[in-house]
Design a protein around this ligand. Structure first.
Ligand SMILES: NC(=O)c1ccc[n+]([C@@H]2O[C@H](COP(=O)([O-])OP(=O)(O)OC[C@H]3O[C@@H](n4cnc5c(N)ncnc54)[C@H](OP(=O)(O)O)[C@@H]3O)[C@@H](O)[C@H]2O)c1
Length: 304
C-alpha cells in the first residue's frame, strides 16, 4: 500500500534529511506504530533492524515491507523485552546502530506476570526497558559515532502517580509504567548529555492498533471508526526527531488536543516527569538486583 500522499508531503517538507547509510533498530516493529515507524524510516533511506519476540510475526512484517520497498535492507533480531534472559542474549549480539527506538509495549494485562515475576505491564514497558538500557547504553557509548536513543512514552503519563508501596500493583500499571519511563528517560538524557548518545522521548498520541484489542473485545471495531490519528500519522515522531532540529531530551508527539491528535512536534515536558527521579532509579536498581541475585542462585544450584 505504501505511505499516504499526506505523509509523503509531510516528510518532503519537515524531514528532508536522508537516512541513507544509517541503521535504525526498532523494538516491537512487527505491528502498529513500530511497523509504520519502520516503513517511514525505510522510505527516508534507513537500514532497519526489527527486534521482535515472535520470529514468525517479524518475518511476515519484513516480507510485507520488502514487497513495498524491494531494495530495503531489513534484518530481524530476537528480543523479548519482558524477559531478562532474552535481553541478556540480545545485548551480547548488539549490532552497531545509529538509532535505537524502544517501541515495544503492552497495555492492561491484569494478573499476568513476566518470566522474572514482575507485573507484565510494568515489567515490559518500564523494567524491561530499564534493564535493556543499562546493559546496552554503555556499549553504545563506546561507538565512535552519534546514537539517537528514543523511548516511547504516552500522554497518559501526565495523570499517573508513582508510589513505591504499590509499584507493581496492576491498578494503573500502564500509566505508571509510562511515567516511570519518562522519568528514566529524563535521567538518561542528563546522564548522557555531552556524549555521543542523544536521548529523546516520543509518543504516538492516540491511535488504534492491536495494543488494546484484548481489552475491548467485540466492540473494538467501534474504536476503529472513531476519528483518532491514523497509525501512520502517529508514527512520524521518530522521523521528526531524526530530521535534526529537535533538541536532545525533547518529547516529540502529536501536538493537538492535549497531545492526542495531529502531526508530531516538540511537546512541553510534564512536570511530573521531572521530579522524584533519583528515588525511582534507586528503587528500580534494587528491584532488578534482587531478581538478578535470585537468577544467579538458581544457576549455581543447577551447576552444583
Ligand atoms: N496506540 C496508542 O494509542 C499508543 C498511545 C501511547 C503510547 N503507545 C505506545 O506505543 C508503542 C507501540 O504500541 P502500538 O500501539 O503500536 O501497539 P501494538 O500494535 O500492539 O505494537 C506493540 C508491539 O510491541 C511488541 N511487544 C509487546 N510485548 C513485547 C515483548 N515482551 N517483547 C518484544 N516485543 C513486544 C508487540 O509484539 P507482538 O505482536 O508479538 O505482541 C508489537 O510488535 C507502545 O510502547 C505503546 O505503549 C501507543
Amino acid at each position: 500500500m505504501g505511505l499516504s500522499k499526506k505523509t509523503v508531503k509531510f516528510l518532503s517538507k519537515k524531514c528532508t534529511r536522508s537516512l541513507a547509510g544509517k541503521t535504525v533498530l526498532i523494538t516491537g516493529a512487527n505491528s502498529g506504530v513500530g511497523y509504520k515507524t519502520a516503513e517511514i524510516l525505510i522510505y527516508l533511506g534507513a537500514r532497519v533492524i526489527m527486534a521482535c519476540r515472535s520470529a514468525e510475526k517479524a518475518n511476515a512484517a519484513r516480507e510485507k515491507l520488502l514487497s513495498e520497498y524491494p531494495n530495503a535492507d531489513i534484518r530481524v533480531m530476537s528480543l523479548d523485552i519482558s524477559d531478562f534472559d532474552s535481553i541478556d542474549k540480545f545485548a551480547d549480539k548488539l549490532p552497531d546502530v545509529d538509532v535505537f527506538i524502544n517501541n515495544a509495549g503492552v497495555f492492561m494485562h491484569p494478573g499476568e506476570t513476566t518470566k522474572q515475576g514482575f507485573d507484565l505491564v510494568m515489567g515490559t514497558n518500564y523494567i524491561g526497558v530499564y534493564y535493556l538500557s543499562e546493559k546496552i547504553l554503555p556499549k553504545l557509548a563506546q561507538l565512535g559515532h552519534g546514537v539517537a536513543y528514543i523511548n516511547t512514552i504516552s500522554i497518559i503519563h501526565k495523570v499517573a502517580k508513582v508510589r513505591f508501596d504499590r509499584f507493581f500493583s496492576e491498578k494503573g500499571a500502564y500509566s505508571r509504567s509510562k511515567l516511570c519511563l519518562a522519568r528514566y528517560s529524563e535521567y538518561l538524557f542528563r546522564k548522557y548529555s555531552g556524549t555521543n548518545i542523544s536521548v529523546f522521548m516520543s509518543h504516538p498520541g492516540i491511535t488504534i492498533t492491536q495494543i488494546a484489542s484484548h481489552v475491548f473485545g467485540r466492540i473494538y471495531f467501534l474504536a476503529k471508526i472513531m476519528p483518532f490519528n491514523s497509525t501512520e500519522k502517529s508514527s512520524l515522531s521518530a522521523a521528526v526527531i531524526l530530521a535534526g532540529d529537535v533538541p536532545e531530551g525533547s518529547v516529540v508527539g502529536p501536538g493537538k488536543l492535549f497531545g492526542g491528535w495531529g502531526y508530531p512536534k516538540v511537546n512541553k515536558k510534564c512536570k511530573r516527569a521531572l521530579r522524584d527521579i533519583d528515588p525511582l532509579i534507586e528503587f528500580t536498581q534494587n528491584a532488578v538486583e534482587k531478581v538478578n541475585s535470585g537468577r544467579e542462585e538458581k544457576t549455581k544450584a543447577q551447576v552444583t
